[in-house]
Design a protein. Structure first.
Length: 128
């Protein structure tokens, strides 16, 4: 009964519940790098944290909701800018120390360069 023609009953009653979701991600692989794009509108660059530990890339952010003034209440609240945390296992062939990040128009973009493929050098082998 909570779902009625595709709408949550809380929407009709002005519920203050925000639907939590993880930020959406695009990952693009190119010949020399991986590009990760994370959609994080509403956060400032200083609120975003990036960390690599044991080949695990973690992106997180925290934001405080502004307090309502006296005699104020939400009749509808859809902004869900609280916090998030996403982790990604990095492939073995990346240069962790050369990862670059930029944040523009609500999109965090990481350029994760690949290690050049190491092919064994041809060599002659003497027969003993």
């Amino acid at each position: 009964m909570n779902e009625f023609f595709g709408h949550d009953i809380g929407q009709f009653l002005g519920s203050d519940q925000a639907h939590q979701s993880s930020p959406r991600v695009n990952i693009i692989e190119r010949g020399n790098e991986h590009e990760l794009q994370l959609l994080a509108p509403g956060f400032s660059k200083s609120e975003l944290k990036l960390k690599v530990e044991d080949d695990l890339l973690t992106i997180s952010a925290e934001k405080e909701h502004p307090a309502l003034k006296e005699n104020e209440r939400y009749t509808r609240r859809e902004f869900s800018l609280g916090s998030f945390k996403r982790s990604f296992r990095l492939p073995e062939n990346v240069k962790v120390e050369e990862i670059k990040a930029a944040y523009e128009n609500g999109v965090l973009t990481l350029h994760i360069p690949k290690v050049a493929e190491q092919r064994p050098q041809p060599r002659s082998i003497e027969i003993a």
